[in-house]
Design a binder for this molecule. Structure first.
Ligand SMILES: NC(=O)c1ccc[n+]([C@@H]2O[C@H](COP(=O)([O-])OP(=O)(O)OC[C@H]3O[C@@H](n4cnc5c(N)ncnc54)[C@H](OP(=O)(O)O)[C@@H]3O)[C@@H](O)[C@H]2O)c1
Length: 253
């Protein structure tokens, strides 16, 4: 299988069954030099993407909180397709809660998915990328990781952790031609953001939140996808360790 794709780049996208992941998969699938491997929990959605889109080679559904699934994901894809070139760490959950009401299991789940899974996936692919002397890693963070968000301290901490990962790994892997960057979106309409506004303890509704955004609008998933596409491209080879706030001005204060 490797010979067929040796000139192409193999891309793994997590959270492909979600709104932002779906948009990234759709855009990248238009490029015949990219061969996509996708994961998420919803097998039906993943299967549909593979059947509908060019260049989606395979999918594997599972729970990224489980470190054994992460190992299986990387080992099975590496065996079949000869190792990854590009990793898009996009899967994530939002936890809206005051610090008083946080449950211990929410802390574990949020940190496991939003932070530990990306760190572990980077670990699992780093040697392969170093051998190729080329690689791209994109972390989908959140502006909550840069500016803080009341009642989202856990989520914010998980996304702030991604910034540390991005900057430190960028230093460590720079000499191998590997770049790692983070995109920190503002509000995007998705089940994740809808869960915040649907919470009975949250007095803010969608309109209140969007009124706080300088451009008074949601970020479109395709805006994130286009930035991913640029960051994995050859012209972006000098961009590494950067955290880009794609937030319609929300991070400006
Ligand atoms: N929406 C926003 O306003 C916003 C703002 C800033 C940053 N972000 C970030 O953008 C990323 C994507 O969010 P989204 O808005 O596209 O949300 P979404 O539509 O809810 O998608 C979340 C994705 O994560 C996957 N996922 C959730 N739990 C998982 C688990 N335990 N194991 C494996 N995969 C799991 C979901 O898979 P299944 O659906 O198959 O379970 C889905 O593919 C997240 O990292 C989020 O923090 C979102």
């Amino acid at each position: 299988m490797l010979d067929n794709y040796s000139k192409s780049k193999i891309v793994l996208i997590t959270g492909a069954s979600g709104v932002i992941g779906n948009s990234i998969v759709n855009l990248l699938s238009e490029d015949n030099n990219l061969k996509l491997l996708i994961t998420g929990q919803n097998e039906v959605k993943l299967k549909y993407l593979k059947s509908e889109l060019n260049n989606v080679l395979a999918y594997l559904a599972g729970d990224l909180i489980d470190y054994k699934f992460r190992e299986k994901l990387i080992s099975s894809f590496s065996e079949e397709f000869g190792g990854l070139d590009i990793l898009i760490n996009n899967a994530g959950i939002y936890t809206w809660s005051s610090i008083d009401n946080l449950q211990a299991e929410q802390i574990d789940k949020t940190l496991d998915l939003n932070l530990k899974a990306p760190i572990h996936l980077c670990h699992l692919i780093s040697q392969g990328l170093k051998k190729k002397k080329w690689g791209r890693i994109i972390n989908i963070g959140s502006i909550s990781g840069s500016v803080g968000e009341a009642n989202a301290s856990l989520y914010s901490a998980s996304k702030a952790g991604l910034i540390g990962l991005t900057k430190s790994l960028a230093l460590e892997l720079a000499e191998y031609g590997i770049t790692i960057n983070s995109i920190s979106p503002g509000w995007v309409k998705s089940p994740l953001s809808e869960s915040v506004f649907g919470d009975e303890n949250n007095p803010l509704n969608e309109k209140d939140e969007i009124d706080c955004v300088p451009q008074k609008r949601w970020i479109e998933p395709s805006e994130i996808a286009h930035l991913v596409k640029f960051l994995i491209s050859e012209p972006a080879c000098g961009l590494t360790g950067q955290v880009i706030n794609l937030c319609a001005g929300l991070s400006l204060g």
